[in-house]
Design a protein around this ligand. Sequence first.
Ligand code: FAD
Length: 266
Amino acid sequence: MKAASLSYAAAASATDAVRMLSSPEAKVIAGGQSLGPILNLRLARPSGLVDVSRAADLRAVTETPDAVHYGAAVTHAEMEDGVVPDATPGWMQTVARRIAYRAVRNRGTIGGSLAHADPAADWVNALTALDASVVLTRSDAERTVKLEQFFTGPFATVLAADEIIARVIVPRRTLQARWAYWKFCRKTGEFAKASAAVLLDPARNQTRILLGAIERPPVLLPDAEAIMTGSITPARAVACAAPELDAASAAMHAAALTRALAMVAA
Ligand SMILES: Cc1cc2nc3c(=O)[nH]c(=O)nc-3n(C[C@H](O)[C@H](O)[C@H](O)COP(=O)(O)OP(=O)(O)OC[C@H]3O[C@@H](n4cnc5c(N)ncnc54)[C@H](O)[C@@H]3O)c2cc1C
């Protein structure tokens, strides 16, 4: 099956993209890695596509002393290859390298992955654990939303129909911080069946522990300190935070969390 007939226009900038989106039922396309199959299966039938993959400001990266601001159309491969700076000591590069396989990473974008909001997606979980935010822009306003408030459900976000992700802001981390991101996939290149991330950053007074690949937005565990000290076991933490998981899935998430905690402690 192929996509139904639609119009196509390439945006030169975020402003251009937002203007084009004002036509009803137009949809943004970035790398097309998720939207392409959806269009081909006719699960979505937008009247037109607004391609943001070459918009100069959405491809730009800017640095401040405290954070790196990634244009939404930066690709996974650019992060993997070190073409763009890593706000962390190489952690984002490692996450990027393990997304799908190279052909997907060449086209897929950070902003597209976050907007698509697949609960199993690597940026969705890793960047939420890293306390990242997105800058959303529309014709008359811009707002910054922390990722932990951005996702509202599986494949659902706070993005309005006439709004795009312009940038992703990732706080800088130093070598004093510790990090682990563990995912279980049935085979290389597949989406995770279970994932866990642990961030320990004494300089920013942050301990964040996250469970991913659950059929809802990333789950930040409330008792991170107690989990770090071992007074709450990974199995108990998973049971409390995600009681809906069946036994096999709960065991896989507990194992992912156990391994992430061991990596941070090593
Ligand atoms: C075979 C295969 C395996 C994969 N495996 C993994 C994996 O292991 N881990 C993983 O994390 N991902 C995986 N992916 C997904 C991949 O990372 C995609 O890149 C990502 O989901 C979507 O990014 P995209 O740029 O292609 O977005 P598109 O497909 O172009 O768009 C996806 C959605 O986001 C919207 N959108 C895109 N950009 C913006 C923007 N700037 N503002 C607002 N809305 C926007 C679109 O309208 C659409 O709704 C896989 C994909 C494939 C095809």
